[in-house]
Design a protein around this ligand. Sequence first.
Ligand SMILES: *Cc1c(COP(=O)(O)O)cnc(C)c1O
Length: 399
Amino acid sequence: MAAESRADAVQADRDYILQTYLKPDFVIERGEGVYLFDTEGRRYLDYVSGIAVNALGYGDPEVTRTIAEQAAKLIHVSNLYHTAPAGDLARRLVESSPAFDRVFFGNSGTEVVEGALKFARRYARDRFGEGKTAIVAFDGSFHGRTMGAVAITAREKYREPFMPVMPGARFARYNDVASLEAAMGDDVCAVILEPVQGEGGLMVADPAFLRAARELCDRHGALLIFDEIQCGMGRTGTLWAHEPSGVRADLMTVAKPLAGGLPIGAVLLSQAVADTIHVGDHGTTFGGNPLATAVGDAVLRRVSDPAFLAHVREVSSYLDESLQDLAADLSGTIIELRGRGLMRGLRLASPAAVAREAAQRRGLLVATAGDDVVRLLPPLIIEPRHVDEAVAVLRQALK
Ligand SMILES: *Cc1c(COP(=O)(O)O)cnc(C)c1O
């Protein structure tokens, strides 16, 4: 029975869903805490979290209750009307980060990256006139799949088949001030970067690089955009990954973990940028709906609690020590450890996809980043015993 329903689900995917993803041939049925279960009752320790989405794991009682209560009251009315949850979440976002004064809600990462690009273009035109439209992004970047976001995403494979994408994008080398300086000019309206790169291989921005980016933006009248869609919301041990650098951006994008698994995105803006955006300049049907924002408010309240962030830092340092030991024992296999907090990369001497499958067979789900990096993105609620369990599986899988 279970095997039949598994075969059916896999077959339906292969017959009817556009095949843009390669999936393993088990079918996930439910989750509990930091574990997922397939239709045949096999258990997986989840170090993917739905790609950095499920920060509170699975079946969190508050998330579940908030969804049920809000759904019974009101799911959607559009942005033509006021609802309370959107304002509550916007207030909490603004109060969580001193650089920002306003929020625009969307439904996904790529949608809010588009929003940030449009706001930057609008600001530049308002303040400096036409022609200041170039966007500087970085090698290793990932900002999404729509025509603007993909134009500033480094991997050519994602961009080339769809040319022409948004014009005006150029790339500099990450963590390389001279390269950024060479890419800058008075035609640049924005510089966009991930304080910790996700898809690009878990590179961490140097604080000095972020400071230099801020200075170069100021010198050229450009806006600085932090894309914290993957690295934000506590994943690196502070609420926002850029926080330890002390650098303030003009815009920030947030999405993946914000609403406990419901689709959501947000652009945070400084008042100076917000002042150039007017009624009718941008919009969205679903963005900021009461269901997603009610859950978002509950998730952000939980994740921004200092005790929660202290837990993330403690379990992160235990993960870090455990990975250092593992890398020392498997020094020919693991070439480099990358990332920060609960966003870690293991650069391997062999294909990451092979390691991912070997871990999966042993009951551990991990992601990859590029061809040679295994990416670990556990729920932020993991405990040291879940670190021990994951590292033991990795030790077997990488042998
Ligand atoms: C996932 C991601 C995006 C795109 O988000 P989607 O919801 O998939 O559109 C953009 N930027 C970063 C850093 C991401 O990790």
